[in-house]
Design a protein around this ligand. Structure first.
Ligand SMILES: Cc1ncc(COP(=O)(O)O)c(C=O)c1O
Length: 376
């Protein structure tokens, strides 16, 4: 099966990397970083971009720039990568874990509303796997209750909710460019926002507490150096040029695959709400009903992997099940859906959706074969 490897780069990256090589701007805030920040912020329907070392520190500096700190609670989903919660803890605030919806895999706005306390300062919503969380309800909730909404859009480069791109609806959006993401420089991240003051505070936090237009050796706040290098920005400029066509291709193949597998009783793929008028597939997520399918998620995962299709059996714990949060330092609301997903969900990485149509048919046929033979 001809499933492409990831990441993909070509002569365009080389060309831009040569430009960096021939410049004297390999670090600092180079022209390349500025070009990338501007282009990516515009792509996400934002005005400002602050590029940084990875999508973990971008969450931390976005929370800090929003004024989140000790004594505050931040509502996060029970299911995400650790950074969504650890960034909250690292700025001194307390993560409050709430459940996700059964088939969107995204934060349940009713659960978020029920978890609000007088200490709630922010909601950190994740757009899990690509499709956006219910932004109509979360934006309404945040504004009614005077809570800051921040988007962890590490999975959602190019995804839209009612024509608005990820990162443009909260006070800020945080993206990752780590190796597996749909655009990558190996490591990297960015905060996007439409608020000039927020952008300036974020940049200062990424840049040793400096202020724009002030001296290189004058530091106003306690901060660190989280800058992105010009090499990474050059690669990201090339990756961004290619992204729209790749999103189109993944959507085409995902539609084919989902159609061919629709006849299987017992696999439910991630629901994509109608408001998600553009989805950038990072993961193709699904849940197994073992009684209907006649096999468990683990058996399904083993069969699919043995058939040569990359597949991950979801996370081994909800976020609060990680040893770090078993020691406390968080508030956990009931999360039955998150806990069920640990046992019955899986994902296929986006490169599974990047082959040609023939490869997509082969993948569908191989999955049907696994299910038909109930092989473990
Ligand atoms: C939802 C989510 N948020 C944040 C991150 C952190 O990004 P990074 O790996 O660039 O630090 C990830 C990473 O993979 C992620 O999946």
């Amino acid at each position: 099966m001809n499933i492409p490897q990831w990441p993909i780069g070509n002569e365009r990256e080389l060309e831009l990397l040569k430009e960096v090589l021939n410049s004297n701007q390999w670090g600092g805030y180079s022209e390349f970083v500025g070009r990338f920040e501007e282009a990516f912020a515009a792509f996400q329907h934002c005005t400002y971009g602050v590029a940084a070392a990875n999508g973990t520190v971008t969450l931390e500096i976005a929370l800090q720039a929003a004024g989140v700190g000790p004594g505050d609670e931040v509502i996060v989903p029970g299911i995400s990568f650790i950074s969504t919660a650890s960034a909250v803890s690292r700025v001194g605030a307390t993560p409050v874990f709430v459940d996700i919806e059964p088939y969107s895999f995204n934060m349940d706005p009713d659960r978020a509303a029920a978890a609000i306390s007088p200490k709630t300062k922010a909601i950190l919503v994740v757009h899990f796997g690509g499709p956006l969380a219910d932004m109509d309800r979360l934006m309404a909730l945040a504004s009614e209750r005077n809570i800051i909404l921040i988007e962890d859009a590490a999975h959602a480069h190019g995804s839209e909710w009612s024509g608005r791109r990820a990162g443009s609806m909260g006070v800020a959006g945080s993206f990752s460019f780590q190796n597996s993401k749909v655009m990558t420089s190996g490591e990297g991240g960015i905060v996007v926002t439409r608020d000039a003051d927020f952008a300036e505070r974020t940049r200062s936090l990424a840049n040793q507490g400096r202020r724009t237009g002030q001296g290189w050796f004058t530091h106003y706040t306690l901060a660190a150096n989280y800058r992105l290098s010009a090499w990474q920005a050059a690669v990201l400029l090339a990756q961004l040029e290619r992204l729209p066509e790749q999103i189109r291709q993944r959507n085409h193949n995902a539609a084919l695959l989902r159609k061919e597998l629709a006849e299987i009783d017992g696999i439910t793929f991630q629901q994509i709400p109608p408001q998600v008028n553009a989805n950038s597939y990072y993961l193709l997520l699904g849940r197994i009903d073992k009684d209907k399918l006649g096999m468990t998620r683990n058996e399904f995962h083993k069969g699919v992997t043995e058939a040569g299709i990359p597949c991950t059996p979801f996370y081994p714990h909800p976020l609060y099940g990680n040893p770090i949060y078993q020691q406390g330092g968080c508030r956990v609301e009931p999360c039955p859906v998150s806990e069920a997903c640990i046992l019955d969900a899986f994902w296929l990485p986006h490169r599974v959706l990047m082959g040609d149509e023939e490869t997509t048919h082969e993948i569908a046929a191989a999955i049907k074969e696994v299910v038909a033979h109930k092989v473990a």
